[in-house]
Design a protein around this ligand. Structure first.
Ligand code: NAD
Length: 276
């Protein structure tokens, strides 16, 4: 049974971005289960509305995380329901391809959503927590990725954005501690969502993922929300792959030799599963 995080008699609202489906939806459902009055938000407003209804959230609304003012308005909207208790920056996009191969628009969108979208969310949430009379602070969640820790050929721009938000998550606790605002990031390996479904079956990235561990969105949601109320800043899933990935980033030269072998293992697994 998940631990309830909201004290009886003191309701708290929560906002989850990109929660119309996938990991965000699972995080929103986890927070509903932990007692928060959740606003499910997404670029796709109707997906947000349907998801909110299905998981018993308070509201489902459209929110484009690339708009800083819209994030502030959303925080204010949440405070109309109850003091804000949590904000999760989950929305993200992924375009497969080498840095040289992606279009300017794909690169801009990746940085706008995966980096700036998180920064705007953090600022909106932190200001809302600070303005609240009871000054009990709150929780900020960030969905980064295992790719934040290591070289990821074929996903270099995406991985760079995830490294950026992991870096942000590690600096923020010192900036926000005095206001009792805690920051937690989760860095999962592959997760079974539409984002992975959208990858080319015969591509290198799919093979690299297949060599690792595929989580369910619910597992990731539980691991992220379990950090709430604690000082834990980030968690890599699985921990062993995080350690391996970090070792790779210490010695990118060695990694260049190991990476093709890892992808071969993944390609074999995909063949065995009848995917290629
Ligand atoms: N699936 C994986 O293997 C995996 C692994 C590690 C990290 N992640 C990260 O987890 C997060 C969720 O990914 P997912 O797998 O559930 O992906 P997904 O594509 O299933 O869901 C992403 C959601 O974000 C929304 N979104 C896109 N642009 C937006 C914007 N500008 N404003 C608001 N919402 C927007 C989409 O509409 C969608 O509902 C992302 O940050 C992703 O990078 C995913």
């Amino acid at each position: 049974m998940p631990k309830t995080l909201v004290k009886p008699g003191s309701p708290r609202s929560a906002v989850v971005t990109g929660a119309g489906r996938g990991i965000g939806r699972a995080i929103a459902a986890e927070l509903v289960g932990r007692g928060y009055d959740v606003i499910v938000t997404d670029l796709d407003a109707s997906a947000a509305e349907v998801t909110a209804h299905e998981i018993g959230a308070a509201l489902g609304l459209g929110l484009d995380v690339t708009d800083p003012e819209a994030s502030r308005d959303m925080a204010a909207r949440a405070q109309q329901i109850a003091p804000l208790g949590a904000w999760v920056c989950n929305a993200g996009v992924l375009f497969e391809g080498d840095t040289a191969a992606l279009t300017v628009s794909q690169i801009r969108t990746t940085v706008e959503v995966n980096v700036l979208g998180v920064i705007w969310g953090v600022r909106a949430a932190a200001d809302a927590f600070r303005d609240q009379k009871d000054a009990t602070g709150g929780e900020i969640g960030i969905v980064a990725s295992l790719s934040a820790h290591a070289p990821v050929p074929g996903l270099s721009v995406y991985a760079a954005t995830k490294a950026a938000v992991l870096s942000l998550a590690t600096s923020l606790p010192s900036e926000l501690r005095k206001d009792k605002i805690r920051v937690h990031a989760v860095c999962p390996d592959g997760v079974n969502t539409a984002m992975v479904d959208g990858m080319a079956n015969d591509g290198d990235v799919r093979a690299a993922l297949a060599a690792g561990v595929l989580f369910t969105p619910q597992q990731v949601a539980r691991e992220l929300v379990d950090m709430f109320g604690t000082r834990r800043v980030y968690k890599t899933l699985p921990a062993w792959r995080g350690a391996l990935a970090r070792a790779g980033s210490f010695a990118p030269g060695v990694f260049m030799h190991v990476d093709p072998l890892v992808r071969k293992v993944g390609a074999r697994r995909l063949k065995k599963a009848g995917i290629r």
